[in-house]
Design a protein around this ligand. Structure first.
Ligand code: PLP
Length: 397
């Protein structure tokens, strides 16, 4: 169906940070399937392990124990502040699970039944992005994604990101007549909404307020999680532990997988509450296990920190050379945004011009060009990417 405004390019082969189209033209990939291909394309280790898994077992039902799933849950909980994991297949699904958990939490912990016709509330940020299923798109604080699909799911209110006073005011309004708020669902760094890093002070205040009211604090780490920020998880950048977080994208390195991880104290799901046919199958979990193992084995977190600094310096140079076109750059690790000035062409125009220079980039809103390359990218690729981007900018100017 006609759901994407696609570029007229068909990609059929990839290796590392490179992809080739049907004409044999080679592109430097700073999109990585939008923050998915953690280890790059056609990674040798992932290929070998997954080929072996295909020869053993691809899928069995969650009616039975799945050792690969138990191992992946153990790997996530051993390296995070969480204790239990539910697996699904995508970011939107992981957020759906989180939203259901929030509603259960509202009833069990805060005594909000919703039976009086007043649903428990979930507070999310303006300019956020949480996915395209009906509840996840309602959680997404961007009205343009709601248009044409009303009525939206009940029980969502929005606050301006990183604005402590506005959040406090919204919370006070919602709680004026007693407990109403089930959860706050928020990205540690807003990806799609313009590469906006979370502010430590704001997030620390969120944590305090959620603790005071026993409101669930859930982080959507679908884009920033799994090493992309230079730390394994985005929450480590903020010095705040959420009660739960959601993952997808980079966890499978290109194999679809999503996850909701929670602390023991908010592990409210019981058999029958939630489920997924494909979620956590042996093949997808083997991919997740391999990605996490390779991040550790190749010391990729340190690598991402270095490459993030390198890219930051290269983009800062670009901003200095083109002050009329570029307003700045921001991000963490290998999730970075180049901010276009009001006089510059739009981000989609810049991305199109970069494609003509054989460089893949993705917009984050109308005025930010996003870099989300494989975590294995090297300095020479980053230099080449910024050279090609500069040529693309000059071609538009
Ligand atoms: N949450 C965040 C922060 C995202 O960036 C995305 C996708 O871009 C999603 C959720 C939705 O993930 P999916 O497309 O896998 O459903």
């Amino acid at each position: 169906m006609d759901t994407y405004a696609r570029f007229p390019v068909a990609l059929t082969r990839g290796k590392g940070v490179w992809v080739w189209d049907t004409n044999g033209d080679r592109y430097l990939d700073c999109v990585a399937g939008i923050a998915v291909c953690t280890l790059g394309h056609s990674d040798r280790r992932l290929r070998k392990v997954l080929s072996r898994q295909l020869g053993r077992l691809q899928h069995v039902s969650n009616l039975y124990r799945i050792p690969e799933q138990e191992q992946l849950a153990a790997a996530i909980t051993a390296h995070s502040c969480f204790d239990r994991v539910f697996f699904c297949n995508s970011g939107a699904e992981a957020n759906e699970a989180a939203i259901k958990l929030a509603r259960k939490h509202a009833g069990l912990v805060r005594g909000i039944s919703g039976a009086d016709g007043r649903p428990p509330l979930i507070l999310t940020a303006q300019a956020s992005f949480h996915g395209r299923t009906l509840a996840a798109v309602t959680a997404t604080g961007q009205p343009r994604y709601h248009q044409g699909f009303e009525p939206m799911v009940q029980g969502f209110r929005y606050f301006p990101y990183n604005d402590t006073a506005a959040f406090e005011a919204l919370l006070a309004e919602c709680e004026a007549e007693g407990p109403r708020v089930a959860a706050v669902l928020v990205e540690p760094l807003q990806g799609e909404g313009g590469v906006n890093p979370g502010d430590r002070g704001f997030f620390q205040r969120l944590r305090e307020l959620c603790d005071q009211h026993r409101i669930l604090l859930i982080f959507d780490e679908v884009q920033i999680g799994v090493g992309r920020s230079g730390r394994l998880w985005g929450y480590e950048q903020l010095g705040v532990e959420p009660d739960a977080f959601t993952l997808a994208k980079g966890l499978g390195g290109g194999i679809p997988i999503g996850a909701l991880a929670v602390k023991q104290a908010v592990d409210h799901f019981r058999p029958g509450d939630h489920a997924s046919t494909f979620g956590g199958n042996p093949f997808a979990c083997r991919a997740g296990l391999t990605v996490l193992a390779e991040i550790e084995r190749r010391d990729l977190l340190v690598h991402v920190q270095r490459m993030g600094e390198e890219l930051e310096a290269l983009l800062a140079g670009l901003v200095t050379r083109h002050p009329l076109l570029l307003a700045g750059q921001r991000g963490w690790g290998l999730l970075r945004g180049l901010v276009l000035s009001a006089e510059a062409p739009s981000a989609p125009e810049v991305v199109k011009a970069a494609l003509a220079e054989r460089l893949l980039l993705v917009p984050a809103g109308a005025s930010v060009v996003r870099f989300v390359p494989p975590l294995t990218i090297k300095p020479k690729h980053l230099r080449l990417a910024v050279e090609r981007l500069e040529r693309a900018l000059l071609s538009l100017a």
